[in-house]
Design a protein around this ligand. Structure first.
Ligand SMILES: Nc1ncnc2c1ncn2[C@@H]1O[C@H](COP(=O)(O)OP(=O)(O)OP(=O)(O)O)[C@@H](O)[C@H]1O
Ligand SMILES: [Mg+2]
Length: 187
């Protein structure tokens, strides 16, 4: 499906259509939700731009590959271009305050070590101040879609021994989520 039929591009403030709706309904939304999570396509469509324009935080999730890293650089450029377009005429300040952050995904381990490609990826992204952490490649993650149960729901059904076997995975993913929450609360 494309977003052509929405005819967003012919309007003024094409990146700010959802932003205006959010402004009109801000009280209602704030009363109902602590956090609004929007799962977009990984694209540069007008719909995605509208979602980014209302966001405090944009999370780029990438696997440990060159393409994934390029996608992160493109995301940063895309967010900046939306900011540059959505400027208040008098003050020249942007309405858009979204900050892009990076999460690595599907990091592969053998024993206690990560694979060479993942190691190279981690060495590069760890230098980036907007890198928030990485998630391991895990069957539990793949299974969550099939079972329609997130990894924390799956944990509740585990034996103590299974919990112990996955302890590092859970400790890590919790700390990644805490990092996300921390920047969100700071924004
Ligand atoms: N950490 C992980 N370990 C193992 N499998 C994973 C992990 N993360 C994602 N997957 C699997 O990779 C596939 C794609 O994941 P997901 O749907 O989150 O990607 P996406 O980029 O959002 O895709 P789409 O563009 O279709 O929305 C899924 O089958 C998912 O189970
Ligand atoms: Mg998706």
């Amino acid at each position: 499906m494309t977003d052509d039929h929405l005819d967003l591009s012919s309007r003024n403030n094409k990146y700010l259509q959802l932003f205006m709706w959010f402004s009109d309904h801000f009280e209602e939304l704030a009363g109902q939700f602590d956090v609004i999570l929007i799962d977009t396509h990984n694209d540069e469509s007008l719909v995605t731009a509208n979602f980014i324009a209302v966001s405090d935080l944009v999370l780029g999730v990438t696997d440990a590959s060159t393409n994934g890293f390029r996608a992160w650089l493109s995301l940063k450029r895309f967010v900046q271009s939306i900011k540059d377009e959505a400027i208040e005429v008098v003050t020249r300040k942007s309405y858009v305050t979204a900050t892009p952050y990076l999460i690595g995904n599907k990091i592969e381990y053998y024993g206690h070590n990560v694979t060479d490609t993942c190691k190279q990826f981690l060495e590069v992204v760890q230098e980036d101040p907007y890198y928030l952490g990485s998630v391991q490649k895990k069957e539990l993650m793949a299974k969550s879609l099939v079972l329609n149960q997130n990894v924390f729901e799956q944990k509740k059904q585990m034996t103590e021994q299974q919990k112990k076997a996955h302890r590092n995975f859970y400790a890590n993913i919790e700390s990644v989520y805490e990092s996300i929450l921390k920047v969100l609360e700071g924004s």
